[in-house]
Design a binder for this molecule. Structure first.
Ligand code: NDP
Ligand code: 8X3
Length: 252
């Protein structure tokens, strides 16, 4: 059976980490990326009984780091079949007039430009081989703007637009491009958004049953294991207690 390699950005935590575990179980060899090396090492130990594993430590904001890390992949890891552009976060939740420009830079640089830098390195090989699958992790925030979500939502709208643009450009090259858009998933997302404030981040999930990262990973596995003639182009997955990003039913 042909070896399949998945490169997952942001695999040190949350959705990316769960995708690495799920895809290793589905038979993929895994290239995990992130900035926290100790977590990348630990993930490798965890996956060692299922899959071959390689990790790359880089900050997606830094194009030279991205280029250097991906160029340094050993030949046996260069043919990437599946790219999951997942690395990203929200930084802050403020009305636009109070927004912090460093937070704005972080969200645009990581969620949008970082995704582009990584994609730019991987897509040419897929085009040459005339095969590949790309999943961009967007968000319900890529579909609806919510109060104080302003720049985070803008970054995710951009991810949605880039996903559609990639699909237009890459379909003729035999590459499937998919957008997966989660609602509320309990990960380190809110801890990062609120800069370590546990109380505020806990409130996001209070009185609801949020999605788990594994719920998203299961759908990613389903998406990438469809027959050759099927592409799951665009999927939104919400927690059952939310109707959209603004309307959330909480038990008291
Ligand atoms: P986590 O905070 O748990 O994980 C974020 C991941 O992104 C980490 O592995 C982190 O790795 C990586 N990352 C962040 N910044 C950088 C950077 N500058 N360079 C490299 N890697 C980086 O959050 P989630 O798992 O929830 O988020 C994953 C994706 O899912 C994001 O794109 C997010 O927007 C999206 N999403 C999340 C939802 C949620 O409710 N949780 C809902 C919808 C979408 P490290 O810190 O080691 O670099
Ligand atoms: C993360 C989900 O609703 O906080 O993208 O924007 S939300």
């Amino acid at each position: 059976m042909k070896r399949k390699i998945a490169l997952i950005t942001g695999a040190t935590s949350g959705i990316g980490r769960a995708c690495a575990v799920e895809l290793a179980q589905a038979g993929y060899d895994i290239i995990a990326t992130g900035r926290r090396e100790e977590r990348l090492l630990k993930l490798g130990q965890e996956l060692s009984s299922h899959a071959q594993y390689h990790y790359l430590k880089f900050d997606v904001r830094k194009k030279t780091e991205v280029d250097k890390a991906i160029d340094a992949l050993p030949n046996s890891w260069k043919k990437i079949d599946l790219l999951i552009n997942n690395a990203g976060n929200a930084h802050g939740l403020e009305p636009i007039q109070d927004g912090n420009t460093e937070d704005w830079d972080a969200m645009m640089d990581i969620n949008v430009k970082g995704l582009l830098y990584v994609s730019k390195k991987i897509i040419p090989g897929m085009v040459n081989r005339k095969s590949g699958q790309i999943i961009n992790i967007g968000s319900i925030a890529a579909k609806e703007v919510y109060p104080k979500g302003n720049v985070y939502c803008a970054s995710k709208y951009a991810v949605d637009a880039i996903t559609k643009g990639m699909r237009l450009d890459l379909t003729e090259h035999g590459i499937k491009v998919m957008g997966i858009h989660p609602g509320l998933v309990e990960t380190e997302f809110s801890i990062v958004r609120f800069k370590g404030d546990q109380e505020k981040s806990g409130e996001v999930y209070e009185g609801i049953h949020p999605l788990k990262p594994e719920d998203i990973a299961e759908i990613v596995r389903f998406a990438v294991t469809r027959p050759a003639h099927v592409v799951m182009a665009d999927v939104t997955i919400l927690a059952a207690s939310q109707s959209n990003s603004n309307t959330i039913y909480r038990s008291s």
